[in-house]
Design a protein around this ligand. Structure first.
Ligand code: 9MR
Length: 437
């Protein structure tokens, strides 16, 4: 604790010295401190134009005559973006957006054993998503299924996510339930007779699979809502079911989707029907997908959600938003949000991160700008009533833990491995030190 305090004071000292130096007009070693213009005279800054120095006409702007107060000094534009996030004086991300949307973070269960991380999580986030712990491959208990032998009702086990749900309940953090029905991270044996994992296993009928789906959704919702009432506010009911060009006329994912192959395209509608049946009335039901700014994909998603909307079983669209430093363009991003919003559904950015293949200072600043612009856009869309954005979730806490680090580090998040803030953090806060363009 003492070390933290020392570090904070040391940093503060450095930044005050720097700002004081700037206010005094010192750029080099600081001995020509007497270069303030005389009272009331205008400043004249020489500029270089086409290779020669040009002295502009004096402006009428008077020079401030009084010394800045300490408060003014502290308001100087930030230049140091790497601040220990354990510093209690940092502005809170979620508090900054209270009037707009909740701010979430995806975590793994083990991160909650790190007390320093827990402090940072509680300071900055009021929404959480389990990165993996609530997915079918974590909840489905194959041994239990085989022993119980109930073909239509799988056996589940919640030990993977109990701790995370409890943490949220204890700390007043809401959770996005991620994810009920997905082609990925769902074992093949879930679709087989006798829950067999053998090579020659036979797929169950559509009717049995729909019964398994309903019982799966029912049990997840009943367990979570009974044991952790009020924690989950949104469910990703179906994840990534659209993949135009995969063999379905409506752009559904076919080739690697056991759900499509076993049940047919209507598995999505059925999932939402069951989810509505068992969800608490205030829990919002979402369709969630990536690359939503691709035109064909966006169109297919809108067609799909409008059908479910007509049945009264969906409340929102989740834009995962695993994006690059310049792609998609902000225009494409905005167009998608606006088009999704035209359905009247809520919009959430459910898995935001920015894939960066370098950690150079310039690139980390560009990343800060990327985050700043996205949040600036979202605020604006909300302010103008163009879109009902209700949550933005960052897909991870510290850079070292990102799912993107497969072939090397990707620096996509808001905090370094040492829990220091990055320019991305200050970008979200719309800090003046981060350029908007
Ligand atoms: O973050 C998750 C990572 O730890 C897993 O290895 C991966 C496996 O599919 O899933 C990651 O989360 C995914 C999310 O559940 C759905 N959208 C894409 C995310 C990144 O792959």
């Amino acid at each position: 604790m003492k070390r933290r305090e020392d570090k904070r004071l040391a940093k503060k000292g450095v930044s005050l010295l720097l700002t004081a130096a700037l206010m005094m007009g010192l750029t080099g070693c600081g001995k020509e401190g007497n270069n303030q213009p005389e009272e009331g005279t205008a400043t004249i800054t020489p500029t270089i134009e086409a290779g020669k120095e040009v002295t502009p006409e004096p402006t009428a702007e008077p020079t401030p005559t009084t010394a800045p107060t300490p408060t003014e000094v502290e308001k100087e534009v930030r230049t140091d973006f790497y601040i220990s996030a354990i510093d209690e004086e940092l502005p809170s991300l979620y508090e900054a957006y209270t009037d707009y949307f909740s701010i979430g973070v995806a975590l793994t269960a083990s991160e909650l054993f790190n007390e320093l991380k827990v402090d940072v999580i509680k300071d900055h986030f009021n929404s959480m998503t389990c990165g993996n712990e609530m997915k079918p491959d974590y909840l489905l208990d194959r041994e239990g299924c085989v022993v119980a032998g109930t073909e239509e009702c799988p056996v589940l086990n919640f030990k993977s996510c109990d701790g995370m749900l409890q943490f949220c309940m204890d700390n007043g953090i809401k959770m996005r339930g991620h994810t009920l029905v997905w082609h990925s991270q769902t074992p093949d044996w879930f679709f087989m007779e006798g829950y067999s994992n053998k090579k020659d296993a036979v797929m169950v009928s559509k009717e049995v699979m729909l019964a398994r789906m309903e019982n799966y959704i029912r049990q997840v919702m009943e367990y979570v809502n009974t044991n952790y009432p009020g924690v989950i506010y949104a469910w990703d009911v179906v994840n990534e079911a659209i993949l135009p060009g995969d063999g379905d006329a409506d752009g559904m994912r076919v080739q690697d989707s056991m759900w499509y192959q076993c049940v047919g395209p209507e598995f999505v509608e059925k999932a939402f029907e069951y989810a509505r049946k068992y969800a608490e009335p205030d829990q919002k039901l979402f369709y969630n997908d990536f690359n939503t700014y691709e035109v064909a994909k966006r169109q297919a998603i809108i067609k799909l959600v409008e059908k479910i909307q007509a049945q009264g079983n969906i409340d929102g669209i989740g834009m995962q938003s695993h994006i690059g430093i310049s792609s998609p363009t902000l225009d494409d991003f905005e167009t998608t949000i606006r088009k999704f919003a035209e359905t009247g559904l809520e919009i959430q950015l459910t898995e935001l991160d920015v894939n960066l293949d370098s950690s150079s200072e310039a690139d980390l600043m560009k990343e800060g700008t990327r985050y700043k612009r996205i949040f600036f856009l979202l605020k604006n869309l909300k302010d103008t009533g163009a879109a009902n954005v209700t949550n933005v979730t960052i897909w991870g806490l510290t850079d070292d833990k990102s799912w993107l680090n497969k072939d090397g580090l990707r620096y996509p998040l808001l905090f370094t491995q040492l829990l220091e803030t990055k320019p991305a953090f200050w970008g979200i806060l719309q800090d003046e030190g981060i350029p908007l363009y």
